[in-house]
Design a binder for this molecule. Sequence first.
Ligand SMILES: Cc1cc2nc3c(=O)[nH]c(=O)nc-3n(C[C@H](O)[C@H](O)[C@H](O)COP(=O)(O)OP(=O)(O)OC[C@H]3O[C@@H](n4cnc5c(N)ncnc54)[C@H](O)[C@@H]3O)c2cc1C
Length: 632
Amino acid sequence: MTSATTAAPAPPEPATPTNADHSRAVAESARQTRWERRSFMKELFGGRLSLGLIHPHPEQDPEEAARAAPFLERLERFVAEEVDGDAVDRDRHVPDSVLEGLARIGAFGIKIPRAYGGLGLSQLSYNRALAIVAGRCASTAAFLSAHQSIGVPTPLVLFGTDEQKRRYLPRAASGELSAFALTEAMVGSDPANMATVAEPSPDGAHFVLNGEKLWTTNGPRAQIVVVMARTPTRPGVKGSRPISAFIVEMAWEGVEVAQECRFMGLNGISNGVLRFRDVRVPRENLLWGEGKGLKLALITLNTGRLALPAFCTASARGYLRASREWSGDREQWGAPIGRHDAVAQKLGRIAAETFAMEAVVELAAAMSGQGALDIRLEAAMAKLWHSEKGWELVNEAVQIRGGRGYETADSLRERGEDPVPLERNLRDARINMIFEGTSEIMRLFMAREAVDDHLAVAGAMIDPRAPTGRRVAALVRAAAHYAIWYPGRWLGWGRWPRYGDFGSLAGHIRYADRRSRKLARAIFHAMIRFGPRLEERQAVLGRIVDIGADLFVIAASCVRAMQLLRANPSDRTPVELADGACRLARRRIDDNFRRIFRNEDRRIRQLARGVLAGRYTWLEEGTTRMAEGTGR
Ligand SMILES: Cc1cc2nc3c(=O)[nH]c(=O)nc-3n(C[C@H](O)[C@H](O)[C@H](O)COP(=O)(O)OP(=O)(O)OC[C@H]3O[C@@H](n4cnc5c(N)ncnc54)[C@H](O)[C@@H]3O)c2cc1C
């Protein structure tokens, strides 16, 4: 073993300021800064539990529900008869016949307006449709989601011209597959420095597209793709290196699939590297306008983000079923394993958190259907919470099934055992924390919005680069603002008998009311304590965001339980599940509050710097390099 003292001492500083500043500036310029509608989560971060925005639970428009019902029934029948998740996983392919069948019943145009050949259904119905498919086969569901949540339909409906909509939406609705191409080899979470370029032709009639996009889901089997590319700096176009979005047809000359990628899970998806060589893209295919491509991409992702939580929830229901059946049937040490406390704790938790997942996703989709609220934070929260919770729950379910949890469905089937696909579910679930915005980026996105109101009031005050005059003016403004704001985050009645209409769940809502004010105060304290360096305290920000997410989980679980109780007063099971979900969330919230400022972050960060500096490489001795052949 090499002595630790031989290691290089000085840890390097992270990314150069110029790169980081550029990335931040580009991300800021592409941020949706306007809040034209109220946002439950935004108000929560500001210390207000605006329960009136979500309670009573918004109901689905009955006319739309009636239109959705026959479609969902057909879809359910089709999926039960035609979609075999194990076969897709084994063959690494979703058969054309499945995609064609889904197209015939309208599953590729669920949210596309009827005027353009789609079904014109709501986010709620879309989520339900995706859940039906995802419950059977996550890869097949990914085709529908990549096409409709982020592929051509969403940006086209939001930003397309009438002519673009007329040209492409009917094609998309009829099942021509579409995809979304943002990521590149050097550009993942930080698209500011993308290399794909689109140069206008001398006559301005078209753009010449060159570059390569990595991991485009649906890409290899798609007909139409939204591609983000850098366009030249021009007067009147925002940004020093503007990014624009284009609709590109895969059949055009110069477009090729350079590689089909393979992954740990989602074996049946079609995903690849798309290469563009001197592709002539007509100017009419520019979406929204030059320089607006990154904003378009981020708004598309924000809008499409509820689909993934719907997937996770559908999968969690499957984990619950598999866990319940096995926990009851399997006897060890003289009792069903579900009666042993260690397994019972897992089982109860899976039930409670599956209920919470369903509550959040149903509520967020219903809120989006109403159109009166801005749900971008709820969607981001659901993406973050559901993907992480889904991963934890599948892990628990695998543990409950012991060796059979680790065994493939085919292998179980061969022995005549129930082919429960938890092994595949676990592999399929891992990606959810990575694509459509990693968990880390989701936390940063939400944290940015959580501190936004404070930055608006006091940003200049804590900005060391601001001139003295501006800082003094900001100080005066902030003093006046916080003289009223801060005491307001202490006052308020979050105790008995408030929220009595929630019955036995009222205590949880009262807790959320009190903790939302505490959260706002904690955000304020963090700003005062860290000033401009708060941005670098990602662990602190992460805890703040997680508290906000769990407060939403409490509110959504209680509101959903009351909705279900109203519909069927004799069934109190939703209240029992909501109570369990709230108790678990409260424990996490209290832990996070305790650790916001009293934690081991600094020490762990120092260790990480040491790791990067090579101080502990002796610990790696004897391991084989995993990146053989890459030249590293
Ligand atoms: C199966 C699959 C399907 C995909 N489908 C598509 C698609 O259809 N279209 C498309 O455009 N892309 C797609 N992607 C790309 C996907 O969205 C990216 O993988 C994701 O955005 C992360 O980028 P990256 O992998 O380059 O990771 P990086 O951005 O390199 O990040 C690596 C790690 O660092 C963390 N990190 C990065 N920046 C920060 C920061 N500032 N602060 C804290 N942590 C940070 C990340 O969270 C992550 O944990 C797909 C990827 C996969 C694997």
